[in-house]
Design a protein around this ligand. Structure first.
Ligand code: FUC
Length: 810
């Protein structure tokens, strides 16, 4: 290895060693040399509530505005009271192998009342849709004829280190600079425009949205207000957006729906928004937010903003090798990666971009990132921009534990906890069962009924999957107070499945019925493509996980002994994972032939990831079968499907294959519209393309990159379990592990050199020593011990205690 690079790594390591919380590889930039030509080329900014996406246009600029709470629709009762009456008959048909008939009956009976999600176009029905807040239009004048405006030295960039975007260019020899951020300090959007030469800033502002708005200049403020459709009496959510300019010099006028500033030296524009979602004082609140930002000094606001953001962002660092290609504009860099993936810096940038997106799209006290995080540019967001429970909302939260953003679990917890009450009703109405359940889709209004079409809408194990996510957060934090908090949610979910599992007389197993393997169909003996079935593999894996967590939690908290006994009995009868004649892990209880062998959902591999019941070490036969299934599904897919496969290959310890999928995942696209098969890729602004844009893929791949470097689901820490050659030398800091610790690591030529584990909770830990290495030294509390060669090292850490392990080649 080059000597310089070695020194560089050492310096990074010392830096990391000092305090991983302040460590950060730098600088992390996404950048372009031209304005955005479509929305998916715009830089996304956000502060967990407000979003802004400037296109960086020269004469005209559009900034798409978002507020994560802005939803049409409203609370409704979509439970169908007749459904439960059909349940025995549907189940009997399934026991009799008449899945086609069971399905026909379900299509008639086991759906919601009303239009449900409106087939994914629910903005005008009660289900509602996440909607764009509006568009801020800026018109610029450069004191020359607009036809003569020829910008040079154009650059548009986002600093991930600061959460600030910038557009810089020259017109007529004058440098113009625009800075944009969505303040984590005063909860407002801030845009500052300066010209190198005084008196050269000319800008006019208007504010609108595609419908349901009224914009007026009120004094020197531009105000847009409106009310969305709730799908019943039309009187849905109310919102307000306010814009104000702070001019430095020049002449300002506010007329009708326009603010105009001429010949100023500089201007700072402030935007605040609010909705009445759980916020009756929203008008007042938005006025206060605007005033707070407006009266702060720009430089202080900017510094305070970045500082608050960095409290979260700087909790990890990652280097995967050289970052030479950062000199390419990001869109060019993506293109280059398709032909030559020797750009390890792109993966580390993407990892940190994923963390950036998560920090920007949710915050404690609010709601979790939706299908598009917080960014949408239409009234009818694809699939209503809602929360899908059969992969999407879960994937959105995959990185938060390992990538050290534990505080962002809170909005997710709140959303799930909010489903318990409506979900209890749904459980009673459809299944006559205790406990709570949600089906495939939910929104900010607590929707728990099945969707309007049972082929996808009747899958009900998503709610148990939500519980698995809640539990996983506990596994990472070992926080007993949090366990107390989630316990009732888990218990209610376990009660539901305990109540609804039925005994299959042929096998004696306890099965879910009716169900489906998310969105996939099989060829039934009737010759028809059928979705409806009993006990698809994913159900068995998820319910087994839920029951085992509940057994552990109730034991830990010394509660519900009776329930614990029941769960212990039931868990033994849940169908095991089965391997088919072709060596693949079976997706269904029977060895059906799937209609689409390359289907994007890889649901039956849930037990491999995100679950933990299949692993090459613990269950080698099942891992082999999972591999065979994955081979058959192929290496292509939609954005989130590719992201899931990265995690799955990582769990199979196949770093090269995971990297190959990452290369496919980074394939540049500007796709508009829907592609349900193999259209996955990455837009120029690094948003993931399903297509359309869906943020789950961003978060899934972020988690996948981390999963290639550190795993802890087997009860011990595994370093570099799926390291591709492309990342032969690198380091990370501040990753989190199950048990409650943060972890730093340094490696070279694919050999682990050093690891540091710092307790965030009191616990026992075990580190698996990579096969080619041996531990030479452990240092804890300044006490150094030289160790004999073993396969693993075990130690106890108290919160705040740190252990340093040095490795060398055998
Ligand atoms: C699930 C997936 C689709 C899409 C949608 C939002 O239904 O099967 O691919 O991601 O959610």
């Amino acid at each position: 290895m080059h000597r310089f690079y070695k020194c560089f790594l050492l310096v990074i390591w010392i830096f990391i060693g000092k305090s991983h919380t302040s460590a950060q590889q730098s600088p992390l930039k996404v950048w372009y040399d031209k304005p955005a030509r479509q929305w998916e080329e715009c830089i996304p900014l956000g502060n967990g509530r407000l979003g802004a996406m400037p296109d960086g246009g020269i004469l005209k600029e559009n900034i798409t505005l978002n507020d994560i709470t802005l939803w049409s629709g409203g609370v409704q009762n979509a439970d169908s009271p007749e459904a439960a009456a059909y349940l025995p008959q549907i189940r009997q048909l399934l026991f009799d192998g008449k899945n086609d008939e069971a399905q026909s009956l379900m299509y008639k009976s086991f759906v919601c009342t009303g239009p449900g999600s409106g087939e994914g176009r629910g903005s005008n029905v009660a289900y509602g849709s996440y909607e764009v807040l509006g568009n801020l239009h800026l018109e610029y004048d450069y004191n020359v004829d607009s036809a003569a405006v020829r910008p040079t030295e154009y650059k548009r960039e986002l600093s991930l280190n600061e959460a600030i975007a910038k557009t810089v260019f020259k017109v007529n020899g004058i440098t113009y600079t625009r800075e944009y951020f969505v303040s984590f300090d005063h909860d407002a959007i801030v845009i500052r425009i300066t010209a190198e030469k005084s008196g050269n800033v000319n800008v006019a502002l208007t504010l609108d949205r595609p419908e349901k708005f009224l914009t007026n200049a009120v004094g020197d403020e531009l105000r847009m207000e409106g009310q969305l459709n709730n799908g019943t009496d039309g009187k849905g959510m109310r919102y307000v957006a306010r814009v104000k300019m702070k001019a430095e010099g020049g002449s300002f006028r506010a007329v009708n729906n326009k603010l105009r500033l001429q010949n100023a030296d500089a201007v700072t524009i402030y935007v605040s928004t609010a909705t009445d979602y759980r916020n009756p004082g929203f008008l007042q609140k938005s006025a206060e937010d605007l005033a707070g930002a407006f009266h702060a000094k720009y430089t202080s606001e900017k510094t305070a903003h970045s500082k608050k953001y960095q409290e979260l962002f700087n909790r990890t660092a990652l280097t995967l090798g050289n970052d030479d290609k950062s000199s390419l504009p990001t869109d060019e860099r993506l293109k280059a990666f398709t032909t030559n993936p020797a750009d390890p810096g792109l993966a580390s940038l993407y990892f940190q971009f994923g963390r950036y997106l998560l920090i920007c799209s949710t915050r404690p006290g609010l709601i979790p990132p939706n299908l598009q995080g917080l960014w949408a540019n239409t009234i009818q967001t694809p699939w209503n921009g809602d929360y899908h429970l059969n992969i999407n909302i879960q994937m959105n939260h995959w990185p938060l534990n390992i990538a050290n953003l534990p505080m962002l679990n809170e909005p997710f917890y709140e959303l799930v906890a909010g489903l318990v009450e409506p979900g209890k009703k749904t459980a009673k109405v459809y299944y006559d069962a205790e406990g709570w359940v949600a089906h495939v889709i939910t929104n900010v209004w607590g929707y728990t009924s099945p969707g309007e079409h049972p082929s996808w809408g009747s899958f009900n194990t998503g709610s148990a999957w939500l519980c698995q996510m809640l539990w996983t957060h506990y596994a990472f934090t070992n926080d007993k107070l949090y366990l107390e908090k989630i316990y009732p949610v888990l218990r209610g979910s376990a009660e539901f499945y305990l109540n609804t599992l039925v005994k299959d007389h042929t096998t004696g197993w306890l099965v879910t019925s009716p169900s489906n393997s998310p969105e996939n169909a099989f060829l039934h003996s009737s010759g028809k493509a059928v979705h409806v079935c009993m006990a698809p593999t994913i159900d068995n894996q998820i319910i087994r996980a839920l029951f085992s967590y509940m057994i552990e939690a109730s034991g830990e908290l010394k509660r519900d002994e009776g329930l614990r006994t029941k769960l212990k009995d039931a868990i033994k009868d849940i169908p095991p994972n089965q391997i088919g004649k072709d060596g693949r892990l079976m997706e269904w209880l029977q060895e059906y032939q799937e209609v689409d062998p390359n289907h994007r959902h890889v649901s039956h591999l849930w037990g491999l990831y995100p679950g933990d019941e299949i692993s090459p070490g613990k269950t080698p036969e099942l891992a082999k079968a999972a591999r065979a299934s994955l081979e058959r599904r192929g290496d292509d897919g939609t954005g989130w499907s590719l992201a899931w496969k990265i995690n799955l290959w990582a769990r199979l310890y196949d770093g090269e294959r995971a990297y190959k999928i990452l290369q496919r995942f980074f394939r540049p696209t500007n796709a508009q519209g829907f592609d349900m098969k193999n259209g996955g890729g990455t837009y120029a602004n690094l948003f993931c393309a399903h297509p359309p844009f869906q943020i789950d893929g961003n978060f899934g791949a972020t988690a996948g990159i981390a999963e290639m470097l550190l795993q802890s689901h087997n009860g011990y820490l595994e370093f570099l379990p799926a390291l591709p050659d492309a990342w032969a030398t690198g380091s990370f800091a501040g990753f989190c592990t199950r048990g409650g610790a943060t972890v730093d690591a340094l490696w070279e030529n694919k050999k682990l050199l050093k690891a540091t584990i710092t307790g965030t909770a009191d616990n026992h830990f075990e580190v698996k020593v990579p096969p080619s290495a041996q531990v030479i030294r452990m240092k804890k509390d300044q006490k150094v011990s030289n160790l004999p060669v073993t396969n693993s090292v075990k130690f106890h850490l108290k919160k705040g205690e740190r252990i340093e392990i040095t490795f060398q080649d055998k």
